[in-house]
Design a protein around this ligand. Structure first.
Ligand code: EPU
Length: 445
């Protein structure tokens, strides 16, 4: 059956003012669901967001026999009756999770097959670190046209791994492999994003023995079994930063609940430097507003604790309202500026270059990728029924911010991509006086 394509219609141009709660973080919720498969007993996750990526992950787990029960924001995952080690792509789609399932399920089965990974097209996104890690733990991996098959003979063995780059996903794969492997595992050059710290806490609550140190090194003493645990999902720091940028870009005033400001790290410094302001109202409530006229910035995305690659899109929209020339150098993904071209239709003045602008040369130097952006402001944005199509999830929220500050009506297509990572967008934004509707695209023509 053909599904009706839905689009957002936004009438912008007014400051966005109000209160919003950051939902549970997509990039931890889906990983916690995988972690639950390492246990012998059920786990319970609280504050699970109602988003597409969680639904896709739930459908993958259900397809191999995991019992997943959802009641409101609580999810109970019982892996006791997993019956298949061959993960299909469910009707709901694919995401980045299959490659994590490959390592996690390899403790339970001596052969595991997963499909090729999906997720946003923001670069090549190879999975070589994951595959090498499985081999270092004593498994073998075959790549097929459909996906990956991992095998093992006997229990996986702890190992010493130095990741070529502090990849979030590869660190997660190493954690999943190490906690139940025989003996000690050392992961050097590991990712240290807040979602990784949360995953370590969850695995410890399940019985894993994991030591972290001041550098990017994680030591694991493998255990024979893990039991289920109960854990709330932390508030989404990417959502929270996006609402901050919405306040800054629209000259509004937004109070975000459900966010630990420590997890916003250097975002808060950059936000203040360009003229944003914030106030800590309580331990997990932050009010964001514009303190002064916005000024330009030079920003380089990086792994944590650097400025997250997932923050650059909403920040770029705010920079269109800053007086002068700003630069963003994207060093994590080689192709994450696709969204800027459509913004120029609304009146922004942006340009992409293949050079490493503003900072040190990065991994993408001289490779021909347009990974630096120049944004010239201030440019008032205007929409006259413009239709813009979302290229990837984070760009989707950036388009909402652009449409919110643009005078006139914007139509945003491709909202299913955005809804993979953001839940209840329309009701939550409507409560902050943004004129946004979710309508069939056909009805708009
Ligand atoms: N990389 C490799 N080989 C690998 C793994 C990674 O070369 O085997 C490279 C990637 O191509 C990229 C860099 O390492 O250039 C970093 O990738 P990483 O593995 O850290 O990314 P990921 O785990 O696939 C997660 C988030 C992303 C977020 C990044 C960086 C999830 C599901 N996704 O991706 O979030 O941008 O970490 O923090 O956790 C999003 O939510 O929209 C999103 C893209």
């Amino acid at each position: 059956m053909l599904q009706t394509e839905l689009a957002y219609r936004i009438n912008g141009g007014e400051p966005v003012v109000g209160q919003i709660t950051a939902l549970g973080a997509k990039n931890f919720a889906t990983k916690a669901m995988v972690a639950a498969l390492l246990a012998d007993t059920p786990s319970e996750l609280i504050n699970v967001p109602p988003i597409g990526d969680v639904a896709i992950t739930r459908d993958m787990l259900a397809a191999i026999g995991v019992d997943v029960q959802v009641q409101g924001e609580t999810m109970r995952i019982d892996p006791a009756r997993i019956r298949s080690s061959s993960v299909p792509i469910p009707d709901s789609g694919s995401n980045r999770i299959p490659i994590l399932l490959l390592g996690a399920l390899l403790h339970r089965f001596d052969e595991v097959a997963v499909p090729v990974v999906g997720g946003c097209k923001i670069g090549e996104r190879p999975v070589d670190f994951h595959l090498t890690a499985i081999e270092q733990f004593g498994g073998t991996v075959t790549t097929t046209a459909q996906g990956y098959v991992a095998r093992r003979a006997g229990r996986l063995r702890g190992t010493q791994i130095t990741l070529p780059y502090p990849s979030v996903g590869a660190t997660e794969t190493c954690l999943f492999l190490g906690v139940l492997a025989e003996g000690r595992t050392v992961i050097a050059n590991a990712a240290v994003e807040p979602e990784i710290s949360e995953l370590i806490t969850l695995l410890r609550a399940m019985g894993a023995v994991i030591f972290t140190s001041a550098g990017r090194e994680i030591k694991i003493e493998g255990v024979a079994r893990l039991s289920g645990a109960r854990m709330p999902i932390l508030g989404d720091r990417i959502e929270a930063a996006s609402w901050a940028c919405l306040a800054g870009a629209s000259d509004g005033d937004i109070t975000v609940h459900g966010i630990n400001p420590n997890n916003l790290g250097n975002f808060l410094a950059h936000f203040q430097q360009v003229g944003g302001g914030f106030e800590l109202l309580d331990r997990d409530t932050v009010r964001f507003f514009r303190r002064t006229r916005l000024s330009p910035a030079v920003v380089e995305t990086d792994v944590y604790p650097g400025f997250s690659t997932d923050w650059q899109q909403p920040f770029a929209i705010m920079l269109t309202q800053a007086n002068g020339i700003s630069i963003i150098h994207e060093t994590v993904y080689e192709n994450r500026f696709g969204y800027l071209k459509a913004l120029n239709q609304l009146g922004a003045n942006t340009q992409l270059t293949t050079h490493c602008l503003g900072g040190l040369p990065c991994r993408f130097k001289d490779k021909g990728h347009e990974h630096s952006a120049i944004i010239v402001g201030t440019t008032p944005l205007r929409a006259e029924g413009h239709v813009i199509t979302i290229p990837d999830l984070r760009a989707g929220l950036a388009y909402i911010i652009a449409a919110a500050i643009a005078r006139g009506t914007s139509i945003i297509r491709g909202v299913h991509l955005l809804e993979r990572g953001y839940g209840d967008v329309v009701p939550r934004l409507s409560r902050m006086n943004l004129k946004i509707e979710r309508v069939p695209f056909n009805a708009l023509r």
